[in-house]
Design a protein around this ligand. Structure first.
Ligand code: AMP
Ligand code: MG
Length: 411
């Protein structure tokens, strides 16, 4: 049985990121949030576009005012007023200043701005009451970014700051990777869709709904293939269809060792190479990962059917795979936070164990609270309103209240 980190390594090794030429689309910047850049962006603009003032004040020649003080102010003639958005027409010469406002273009001749709080105005003269630093309060053309350099590299996610940068650079159409397509189906004779009356022994296929939401959250496009009975022919047809229509296939159920758990044998009959059959993780031990001997084979994840196991294995293994596939340049692996545990946490010490609960901010410090109710991978109900998984590594069977624990933030 593979350890969790070995399984993660195997999975990330199998993932081929989307192609930077074939798997792209050009979209409007307004629709581009959370998408991933597929072509590096450069701009023809310098930032700032021109030398400009960082303050409301007076644009002066440093040479004229360098000895100014309260006792011996320097008097200058005001030759122009330069508001933001205006191209200055005159040149500041010896003994002169221009009234200037934040963001306005520096006039020719001036090299320093004196903030208005350090001046005294008398009609068309200004007195400088303190010596500035040379070039003080001037934002120089190209100081933040020079035209032609790389503005954003490939593989960056477009969060609001990147959207702002692209808008400022007038990039209103942007080349991004298409969303990874993720086929999802559930297997089990007991499963029905949520709109059907339940017959004795039946349960609702909640996994399909949960996995579709998780795929969307991870930036993928879910392709829902419904419920497939525990019947080898039906399963073979569903898998054969899924693997030709998706980058990743997720099934849930049917990967354990029961008499009706057919997934692994069908994968093998379709020529799949099974890379993982089970992982030392709780919940989620029966996890199948396979690929097919075709060009652009998708990665097949046979997730366990237990609702909590399906979610935990998605967060721990599928989410990093979707991130790598989607073209993100790095940071695919889950990031664990070290926090204090409010409660005692226990595991059998044999498997890497994930306990669901909530992170609460207590006086600015995160604390993990275990979910209430019964702990069973069959209990989906107490997963509601949780947002984190505490992780107990192999060999660690107890975490005492107030002790440190590693936690994965999941929503
Ligand atoms: P299996 O992995 O097929 O042995 O299923 C393990 C448990 O999870 C059984 O109790 C199933 O009824 C339940 N289960 C399987 N698939 C789903 C599903 N799609 N939604 C909710 N529960 C499921
Ligand atoms: Mg089953």
């Amino acid at each position: 049985m593979l350890s969790v980190s070995d399984a993660e390594g195997v999975i990330l090794n199998l993932v081929q990121p989307l192609d930077q030429q074939r798997d792209i689309e050009i979209i409007d910047l307004l629709a581009a949030d959370r998408r991933i850049i597929s072509t590096p962006v450069t701009s023809k603009l310098d930032f700032p576009h021109w030398d400009n003032s960082a303050m409301d004040g007076y644009a002066v020649r440093y040479e004229d005012v360098q000895h100014s003080s309260d006792a011996q102010p320097t008097g200058l003639e005001i030759i122009a007023e330069i508001p933001a958005g205006y191209q200055p027409q005159s040149t500041v010469k010896a003994g002169q200043a221009a009234r200037i406002f934040t963001g306005a273009v520096m006039p020719m001749g001036a090299n320093t701005v004196v903030m208005q709080e350090r001046t005294r105005r008398e009609e068309n003269r200004v007195f400088i009451l303190a010596a500035p630093q040379p070039q003080e309060f001037v934002r120089h053309k190209g100081a933040f970014y020079q035209a032609g350099k790389q503005l954003l590299p490939r593989g960056v996610k477009l969060n609001p700051p990147e959207i702002a940068v692209l808008a400022a650079a007038q990039c209103t159409k942007i080349s991004v990777y298409r969303r990874p397509r993720v086929a999802i189906f559930s297997s089990g004779n007991e499963l029905v869709t949520p709109d059907k009356p339940l017959q004795p022994g039946q349960i609702v296929d909640s996994n399909q709904y949960a996995l579709a939401a998780l795929v969307k959250e991870a930036g993928g496009e879910p392709l829902l293939l419904g419920i497939i009975p525990d019947n080898p022919d039906a399963l073979r047809d569903a898998i054969a269809y899924a693997i030709t229509h998706a980058d990743i296939v997720l099934s849930s159920g049917g990967v354990s060792v029961g008499d009706y758990d057919y997934i692994d044998q069908i994968l093998e009959s379709l020529g799949a190479k099974i890379h993982i059959r089970s992982v030392a993780i709780s919940p989620g031990k029966p996890l199948t990962v396979a690929t097919f001997p075709t060009d652009n084979s998708p990665i097949y994840f046979g997730l366990p059917g237990n609702p909590v196991s399906a979610l935990v294995t998605f967060w721990r293994f599928v989410q990093p795979a979707i991130k790598k596939l989607s073209g993100l340049a790095g940071g695919w692996e889950p990031k664990f936070l070290k926090v204090r545990s409010h409660d005692q946490l226990k595991s059998n010490g044999k498997w890497e164990t994930y306990i669901w609960g909530s992170l609460h901010l207590i006086d600015g410090v995160y604390e993990f609270y275990k979910a209430g109710g019964s702990y069973s991978s069959g209990n989906l109900i107490n997963l509601a309103q949780t947002n984190a998984l505490a992780m107990l590594p192999v060999g660690k069977s107890l975490i005492a209240p107030q002790a440190e624990v590693q936690v994965l933030q999941v929503s």
